[in-house]
Each structure stands twice: as C-alpha cells, then as structure tokens.
Design a protein around this ligand. Structure first.
Ligand SMILES: C[S@@+](CC[C@H](N)C(=O)[O-])C[C@H]1O[C@@H](n2cnc3c(N)ncnc32)[C@H](O)[C@@H]1O
Length: 212
C-alpha cells in the first residue's frame, strides 16, 4: 500500500459506518475494515467497473461488513464518516452539496482547488487537521468534523492548511521551497500580481518556519 493510502487510512477516526466515496480499487475501505477502525464500509463509485475492482479485492471474510453502490457521491446514504480521496476539490464540494445527511467526519484528500474546499467546509465543518505530505508529489489531507460553531481561518491557514501553519512538517517546508522556486521562475518571465502575492505568502510562512 502506498504512503498516500496509509496516510489516509491512519487519519480515519473510529466510526461505525464509513463511506469510501470514489473507492475505485477499494484499498481504503478494505484497509479500514481490516484495521477495525469501523464496523462497516459503504463502497461507492460512479463507475461500475471501478466498484467491481473493490468488490473483487475484498477478502471473503469481510464481505458481510460491506455494501456496494454505483452512484454519484453519497446522496442519501447514511454514514458517520466519509473518505473522499484522489478527486478534485470542486468535485468533492459537489458531492457534499448533494449529500442529504452530512457525515460527522470527513477525511478528504483533494488533488486541486484545496483553498476553495477549505472555504466551503467552513459552512458546516470545523477543520481538525490539514496536513501536507510527500509521496512522489505533494498531497493534502484534511480531517473535518461537523459543527454548528463557525471556525475562522486566517488567510495563511486557508491557503496552506491549519496544521501546516501551526506545526510545519519537513514535507510542508519542502513544498514551500518548491512553490517559492516556481513562483520566482514565473515572475522572471511574466510578473503578475497574484503570483507576487502568492510568493509573498510563501516567503512569510517560510520565515515563520525558520523562527520555530
Ligand atoms: C483517482 S480515483 C481515487 C481512488 C481512491 N479514492 C484513491 O484515493 O486512491 C477516483 C475515483 O472516483 C470515482 N469518482 C469520480 N467522481 C465520482 C463521484 N461523483 N461519485 C462517486 N465516485 C466518483 C472515479 O470513478 C474513480 O474510481
């Protein structure tokens, strides 16, 4: 199992019913059943052939704790935790908008549009952890808990993630250095205000990490 999948698995809180949304190969849901972090898993995928992969991979002794659904997102399924990994942030937002009963917990690994997703989550969730990690490339892992109280994030927390700002990891610092080099390179050829602003934010966070 890849480091990315291990990180996602270890972020899943103890729960009864986990939905592995966009499960594809099913490794996340299967890993969750094997580690006993949940009692049952709803394997969901919009693609029947993808869902079939998950069904084929599920060990026989776990079959009675699993259900399979070909569908777009969570819809009216009931679960207390949903993992949505390996999809774009906008797709994740669309899935959550069309969810009838929002799960108590979300474990999200968005591939892009992370800032939009963070902003969107704050309508109904508190972000509990939001970390950057490297596994060939950089990934974000967000754990959020349903909440009636409104969480306020600073602009830097929205851009880079709450936990990365509070407690920067080596992977996050590496990410910042890569982003710094990319932004400097772009500015040499095409100086635009958004890239200048972004570089300013990257430099501000890097300066803070040097103080820690
Ligand atoms: C890149 S794979 C990610 C698989 C796995 N979650 C992971 O992180 O390794 C994305 C999967 O999401 C499924 N998918 C995309 N949009 C979906 C939606 N709206 N509802 C359910 N599944 C969806 C695709 O069919 C595909 O199997």
């Amino acid at each position: 199992m890849s480091k990315r999948l291990q990180k996602i698995l270890s972020a899943i809180p103890r729960c009864h019913t986990l939905a592995d949304v966009g499960c594809d190969h099913g490794y996340i849901g299967i890993g969750a059943l094997q580690s006993e972090v949940c009692s049952q898993v709803l394997f969901v995928d919009i693609s029947a052939p993808s869902l079939q992969k998950a069904s084929n991979a599920l060990p026989v002794h776990l079959k009675e704790r699993a259900e399979f659904f070909v569908r777009d997102g969570i819809g009216d399924l009931q679960c207390d935790c949903a993992v949505i990994a390996g999809m774009g942030g906008l797709e994740i937002m669309s899935i959550l908008t069309n969810t009838v009963t929002l799960p108590k917990w979300l474990v999200l690994q968005p591939m892009r549009n992370q800032v939009d997703l963070r902003q969107y989550l704050l309508n109904n969730y508190n972000i509990v952890s939001d970390t950057k990690f490297a596994d060939g490339k950089f990934y974000d892992l967000i754990v959020a808990q349903l909440s009636e109280s409104k969480q306020a994030l600073s602009p830097l927390e929205l851009t880079f993630g709450l936990t990365n700002i509070a407690c920067p990891s080596q992977d996050f610092v590496q990410f910042l250095l890569v982003e710094q080099a990319k932004a400097q390179n772009i500015l040499q050829h095409c100086p635009t205000a958004p890239v200048k602003d972004y570089l300013g934010q990257v430099n501000a966070v890097l300066a803070r990490t040097e103080e820690i």
